[in-house]
Design a protein around this ligand. Structure first.
Ligand code: ADP
Ligand code: MG
Length: 443
């Protein structure tokens, strides 16, 4: 199994990364839902877990659904590699039904960099963390991957515990909620489960979209939620989108989620990314005292790397680790070399909207006319040009492009694309238009 996965991982992350980071791992098997890997050094364990942990976990769970997390152990010198470790003794008793999921020590308010895109979410999180009378209940935080939802939730939890160590704060992901619910069902311990959840002072559930479509888990979540709200207990929820956009979520749960304060984390902008990089560089310098990095390189990264902060952070970690391993200074060349795959992946994507807008501008017609039903040449030709560019410059399918052009059929799009391919050869003006448009879109 691990053998087959290794091949897939190698394809995903590229041969060099694979050889450096994944190949030296030795798989020790699964103990109580924890997949254990032996690593040669502590440093490597940390690095692999930070950079490839999620990937490894998702690959492993695709073949072995029981795995909840991954553990890296430094190889023991007096035991041959690859030999199974002594089985951890199974946990027993009610308490294993769940304390809070572990909190990341780095995810505090101190380490959270505030900028325009996240200032509202940050302010709301702060307010809730200050405790006092329940202000926003529930607080619903949402935003795309890697924008700081989990960070803010852990920060709230740390702060609440710091202010009042007695407070019973329970933080877990929606996935863990489900896992524990199913476990309680299986072990016929629903009473324990209900009691436990209803006795917390603050409940935080991360990535709630996970339980969408999982009916009995949703149902139980709804009851837990109501019981806590009735007792005036604070609830904090995060999701990857707004409550009313979560598919397969029961309406009554959706409206419950919306009943407090809903705030979103917007995609990061350049300034925020630069600010975050500057903060994270300090941590890297502490790890590698001999290494330094120019502001120029940081600016380059802030410009070029997508909105996802996790990717940004991973890039920085990788850069320092790489420079340290090969004993070189961090230069622009080294950066481009070491991060080629990340930089390629976050190249700017061109959208259908953008193409439509530019083409309409170029031909000096209204966007609505270009997308609308009119068939006269003045509109039809630019429409075909836009369809052609959408096909060429985006990865959208013909039916999808058709939908975005006023709900046209995919055969209409295909016809349009073919027509422009012909005209490109026959008609110098069209060829020139296409060239101009393409260049302006790629700029
Ligand atoms: P999400 O839960 O929204 O997917 P996370 O909270 O896990 O994202 O954040 C991903 C990574 O980015 C974490 O390491 C986190 O510390 C970091 N991060 C995100 N936003 C910020 C920020 N504003 N300041 C500092 N670090 C951030
Ligand atoms: Mg998260």
């Amino acid at each position: 199994q691990w053998g087959a996965l290794q091949d897939r991982l190698c394809k995903t992350i590229g041969e060099n990364n694979y050889k450096t980071w994944i190949k030296p791992l030795s798989y020790d098997g699964i103990t109580d839902g924890v997949a254990v890997f032996e690593v040669p050094t502590n440093f490597m364990g940390t690095y692999v877990s930070q950079n490839y942990g999620d990937l490894l976990l998702s690959q492993l769970t695709s073949v072995e659904t029981d795995i909840r997390r991954i553990q890296f152990k430094v190889a023991n010198a007096d035991r041959p590699r690859g030999q199974a470790p002594a089985k951890a003794k199974p946990a027993a008793g009610v308490s294993d039904l769940l304390p809070s999921a572990p909190l990341e020590s780095k995810f505090t308010f101190d380490t959270f960099v505030v900028g325009k895109p996240n200032e509202l979410a940050h302010a709301a999180a702060r307010r809730v963390a200050e405790g006092g009378p329940v202000s926003f209940n529930p607080l619903f935080l949402y935003g795309g991957v890697g924008l700081g939802k989990t960070h803010l939730m852990h920060a709230i939890s740390w702060e609440l515990r710091h202010r009042n160590p007695e407070l019973n704060v329970l933080y877990l992901s929606a996935e863990q909620f489900m896992y524990r619910f199913v476990q309680a069902l299986r072990e016929r311990r629903m009473m324990d489960f209900k009691e436990l959840f209803r006795s917390v002072d603050v409940l935080m559930v991360d990535d709630v979209q996970f339980i969408a479509g999982k009916d009995s888990t949703q149902e139980e979540f709804f009851h837990t939620f109501n019981a806590l709200v009735d007792q005036n207990k604070q609830i904090i929820i995060s999701g990857d989108r707004a409550p009313d956009e979560i598919k397969d979520m029961e309406n009554r749960i959706r409206s419950r989620l919306q009943s407090g304060l809903v705030v979103d984390l917007h995609p990061t902008d350049y300034e925020l990314r630069l600010g975050i990089l500057q903060t994270k560089v300090e941590a890297q310098k502490a790890l590698y005292p001999d290494l330094d990095i120019d502001t120029g390189v940081l600016e380059f990264l802030a410009h070029r790397i997508s909105t996802n902060v996790r990717v940004l952070e991973g890039a920085l970690t990788r850069l320092f680790a790489f420079a340290s391993l090969i004993g070189k200074r961090i230069t622009m060349d080294l950066t481009q070399d070491c991060l080629a795959d990340v930089l390629r992946a976050s190249e700017r994507k061109i959208s259908i909207d953008e193409i439509q807008r530019r083409v309409a501008e170029h031909y000096n017609i209204r966007l609505s006319d270009m997308i609308g039903p009119k068939r006269v040449r003045n509109y039809a030709r630019p429409r075909q040009v836009a369809m052609f560019l959408c096909k060429q410059m985006t990865s959208r399918s013909l039916p999808e492009i058709g939908r975005r052009f006023g709900g046209r059929d995919h055969t209409t799009v295909m016809h349009g694309v073919k027509r422009i391919e012909e005209l490109k050869i026959q008609d110098g003006q069209i060829a020139e238009d296409l060239e101009l448009l393409r260049r302006s879109l790629e700029a």
